[in-house]
Design a protein around this ligand. Structure first.
Ligand code: DGL
Length: 295
C-alpha cells in the first residue's frame, strides 16, 4: 500500500487524482484531523507530528509515503529524509522505504525543469518559460520560503510572489459556505496582485492541498489568462513516473498472480471518524468511511 498523508481532508484532493491515474495501486490515507490545521503551528511541532504519522504509516505496512500536504512537505520533508529516515533505516538495517512530497512536482512544473537540475549547470531557458508565479499557501509554508528557494535554484529568472491565506484551511474544514470562501479568496488574490504593482503573474499555484476545494473561487478572482496549475494531477503524473523509475514500490506485479483481488483503499484519522467521513466528499467526490486511529 502507498501511504498518503495530510493534516486533514486536503490530501484527499491528491488521493482522488492518484486513484484515477494509478487505479491498480492500493492506498492507505491518514488525515491528522486531531491536530489540524498545521498551517499556523510552529515548524518543530509540524515536524514532530509529520514524523509520528509517517512512522505510523510505515508500521501499517506502507513502504512508500506521499506527504499530500504542502505545509508538512515544506517544513519537514528534507529534514525527515536526511536525518530521521536514514537513522531509522540504519537501525532496522532496511533501506527500502521512501517518503515523497507534493512540493517537488509543483516546483518542476513552475521551473519547467526536472528537480535534479538544481545540481547541474544552468539549462537553456525552456520555451514558454514561466516568468512570474503567484503562490497561495498556508502561513507556515510561506514562512519556510521553500517554494521561492527551490524554484530559484532551478529557474532563477522566475519571479515568485507568495501570499499566505491564514484562515482559509480552518474555514474550509469548518464547512464555510461558498460565498464566504469566495470573499476570502478574492481578498487574498487582491493582496497578491498588489505585491506586483499592476503586473499580472502568468502562473498561479494553489500551494495547499485544501485549496482545490475553492479552485473556482481562485479562477474567478485571478485576472484572465493566468495559468492555474493543478497540484493533484501534477502530483499523480509525477508519482506514476516515480513508480516506473522505482518498480520496487509498484504493487501491480504483486497482485498479478491474484488479479481477482481489487486494489484497496483505507482511510484513517486521528480525529472523529464520522466527522472526517462526512466532510470527505467535498474533497474526494464521494463519502468515504474513516476509521479512527491513535499512535
Ligand atoms: N493541506 C495542507 C497543505 O497542503 C495543510 C493545511 C493545514 O493543515 O493548515 O498545506
Amino acid at each position: 500500500m502507498i501511504g498518503v498523508f495530510d493534516s486533514g481532508d486536503g490530501g484527499l484532493t491528491v488521493l482522488k487524482a492518484l486513484t484515477e491515474r494509478l487505479p491498480e495501486q492500493s492506498f492507505l490515507y491518514l488525515g491528522d484531523h486531531g491536530n489540524a490545521p498545521y498551517g499556523g503551528r510552529d515548524s518543530e511541532d509540524i515536524y514532530e507530528l509529520t514524523v509520528a504519522s509517517v512512522d505510523f504509516l510505515f508500521s501499517q505496512g506502507c513502504r512508500l509515503i506521499l506527504l499530500a500536504c504542502n505545509t508538512a512537505s515544506a517544513v519537514a520533508l528534507r529534514r525527515l529524509q536526511q536525518t530521521w529516515l536514514q537513522d531509522r533505516d540504519a537501525q532496522l538495517g532496511d533501506p527500502g522505504r521512501r517518503v515523497l512530497g507534493v512540493l517537488v512536482p509543483m516546483v518542476e512544473a513552475i521551473a519547467k525543469v526536472p528537480w535534479h537540475s538544481a545540481n547541474q549547470r544552468p539549462q537553456p531557458k525552456p520555451r514558454s518559460a514561466t516568468s512570474s508565479v503567484a503562490i497561495f499557501a498556508t502561513r507556515r509554508t510561506v514562512e519556510t520560503g521553500s517554494f521561492p528557494l527551490e524554484v530559484g535554484l532551478r529557474a532563477p529568472d522566475v519571479e515568485v510572489i507568495q501570499q499566505a491565506c491564514p484562515d482559509l484551511v480552518a474555514r474550509i474544514e469548518a464547512g464555510a459556505d461558498q460565498d464566504e470562501l469566495h470573499g476570502m479568496v478574492a481578498a487574498y488574490v487582491e493582496a497578491a496582485l498588489a505585491k506586483m504593482a499592476g503586473r499580472v503573474p502568468d502562473t498561479a499555484v494553489l500551494g495547499c492541498t485544501h485549496y482545490p476545494h475553492v479552485a473556482s473561487a481562485f479562477a474567478a478572482a485571478l485576472p484572465d489568462g493566468v495559468d492555474l496549475l493543478d497540484q493533484p494531477s501534477l502530483t499523480a503524473e509525477s508519482l506514476a513516473e516515480y513508480l516506473v523509475r522505482h518498480p520496487e514500490f509498484d504493487q501491480k506485479d504483486d497482485r498479478a498472480e491474484s488479479s481477482s483481488v481489487p486494489p484497496k483503499m483505507r482511510f484513517l484519522t486521528t480525529g472523529a471518524a464520522d466527522h472526517a467521513g462526512a466532510k470527505a466528499s467535498l474533497f474526494f467526490g464521494r463519502r468515504v468511511t474513516f476509521e479512527a486511529c491513535s499512535f
